[in-house]
Ligand binder design. Structure first.
Ligand code: NAD
Length: 346
């Protein structure tokens, strides 16, 4: 995605007006959920020409083909043609699903993203992954296609619940750990409440954009962005199955500690680096309780990760702080030991 398609600004309305002028379109739809309708839509409403609002229910469980049917139905009822435009105003669910619905409606209409969660601003809006869940499988149906524009403004974070902010912050930590040692040194001395979100977002977006540009279809280097996610995602899925919802960011935080431990055990990270990662992550996130008897089930789920090849568990590990390698093979015993290590501190 060319960098001029992503604008990070504190003047969302000015940028939006320019973008709407740039992109020639016939009709405009604004996709929102009940939270972004109340908290975010009023902030941009005055800059919008005639438009229709398509409201969907918030939450991952509505990232489905049924919700897409609703979106496509509304676009059809409103007689949207191929030159229409969709504006996705929301978090990662709205961005992924709205983009998917737009790119498949009449073989594809334009769309812009105004991401309103930290996770969507630093992660989901960059890299062109669009899609929906299918029969409980996350992002099972989808495609790669970049938005026509992404406008990011930290103003939207002001209404974001603290837990959602923290959840996105795990990806910020990840970007520093895999790609920027000196920035990591700076970050870990700062309190969350003192952070300048504009700077944080700019830095994270630059890292993600650079990595994605070097490997758009995730055949190599882009897999470093999965650091923390191989183990984290399995724990997240397990907790969902037993109806104990944890935040995505909490799961990624767990994954980053466990996978840093494995990086240390494989002689890549020093014990000092491991401690520094743990101390900082523990200052932001509370550790998740994992019972030893749950570990086998988590390992079974890990076997189903779509990033694996055959029966091998593959993960991205840190070579050192600021640099990661991918497709590192892990045994079940290694992963078990990392979860026991993580749990010994809970
Ligand atoms: P989300 O979209 O469900 O938003 C979280 C909650 O915050 C929702 O209840 C939403 O209504 C509310 N919300 C959003 N903005 C708000 C605001 N400014 N003020 C108040 N409330 C607000 O979740 P998310 O964490 O943003 O995104 C998660 C999704 O992102 C997942 O579906 C995941 O698969 C996807 N994702 C995609 C990519 C990618 O590369 N495409 C990367 C990471 C995650």
């Amino acid at each position: 995605m060319s960098t001029n398609k992503v604008v990070i600004t504190e003047a969302v309305n000015q940028q939006l007006l320019c973008t709407l002028q740039e992109l020639k379109f016939t009709k405009l739809a604004v996709l929102v959920d009940e939270n972004t309708l109340i908290n975010c839509y009023p902030l941009i409403k005055e800059s919008l020409p005639d438009h229709c609002i398509i409201e969907i229910k918030s939450g991952e469980k509505f990232k489905t083909i049924e919700t897409c049917n609703h979106i496509w139905g509304r676009l059809t009822d409103e007689a949207f043609d191929r030159k229409s435009l969709m504006l996705n105003l929301g978090g990662g669910v709205i961005g992924d699903m709205g983009g998917f619905a737009a790119r498949t409606f009449k073989r594809g209409i334009k769309f812009i993203n105004i991401p309103t969660t930290l996770l969507a601003q630093v992660d989901a809006s960059i890299g062109g992954k669009l899609g929906i869940d299918f029969e409980g499988l996350k992002n099972h149906i989808g495609l790669f296609s970049d938005p026509d524009k992404v406008i990011i403004d930290p103003i939207f974070l002001e209404s974001l619940p603290h837990e959602e902010l923290i959840s996105g912050f795990a990806e910020v930590i990840k970007h520093n750990l895999i790609a920027d040692e000196s920035h990591w040194e700076e970050l870990k001395t700062q309190k969350l409440s003192d952070l300048n979100w504009l700077d944080v977002i700019k830095h994270s977006v630059a890292i993600k954009s650079r990595v994605v540009a070097s490997d758009p279809f995730e055949t190599g280097n882009r897999k470093t962005l999965n650091f923390g996610h191989t183990i984290g995602h399995a724990v997240e899925s397990f907790k969902m199955i037993i109806n104990k919802r944890i935040l995505h960011g909490e799961a990624v935080a767990l994954g980053m500690i466990s996978e840093s431990y494995l990086s240390y055990k494989k002689g890549l990270l020093s014990s000092k680096e491991l401690k520094s990662i743990e101390n900082y992550i523990d200052s932001v996130f509370t550790r998740i309780k994992i019972e030893p008897k749950e570990i086998n089930k988590i390992l079974d789920l890990m076997g189903q990760d779509k990033k694996n090849r055959g029966n091998r568990i593959l993960a991205a590990l840190l070579e050192k702080i600021g640099s990661a390698k991918w497709d590192v093979e892990l045994t079940r015993d290694e992963v078990r030991s990392s979860l026991l290590y993580y749990s010994s501190y809970t």
